[in-house]
Design a protein around this ligand. Sequence first.
Ligand code: SAH
Length: 222
Amino acid sequence: MDLEKWQDFAWLMVKTQIESRGVEDERVLQAMKKVPRHLFVAEEYQSLAYVDAPLPIGESQTISQPYMVALMTELLQVSPGMKILEIGTGSGYQAAVLAEIGAKVFSIERISSLAKKARNVLSKAGYEVVVVTADGREGYAQEAPYNGIIVTAAADRVEEAWRDQLSIGGRLVVPLSVDVGLQRLVVLLKKKNQWIDTWHDYCRFVPVMPGTRTEKREGADG
Ligand code: SAH
């Protein structure tokens, strides 16, 4: 695979994996043609960066399948200037897609080595995203409220912090556990006096884990 032609691969990825499955938001489609996804995967996987699958990014974590990124971004209904919180930075690719649309992105990652890598690649690719190493179950109160919150790891529950940190009219997109190893994408729209939920595709994400993990405190998982 000749990665100098990555823009052709990104275009094909959008046509054959994303538009073909019904994603229509033009902002999402254009953004995903522009973000160099191969920069967000390890070198040995670069030739696979535009295929229809998630890929390993180290630390037992994955970069999500392109279609899943597109669908979740569409469900979030992002427009330029919106303030968005992401829980689960991983590779930084989802954050890059949001930033490409023109959102102001704050992204939380619990594994410090991944946060560091994501910060580097995001700035190398020219995206201004704030990546914070923290437990995303608490959201990120410092910058709240957000116009949208996107959780890119499987959640057993919708945290109160996420609900609290969303502005009225904002959307929370989250893969919510419905069975062992299986989630369903839910959109929670915050109205003044109520929440409106809509249920979408089934999916499989790596789980939301408690706490943070830094190089000096290995084995803090579980
Ligand atoms: N959005 C990413 C993919 C996320 S994979 C991308 O585009 O590449 C899920 C990520 O969520 C993993 O990196 C995992 O470490 C992180 N994660 C899991 N639990 C978390 C928590 N409590 N707080 C913050 N990040 C968490």
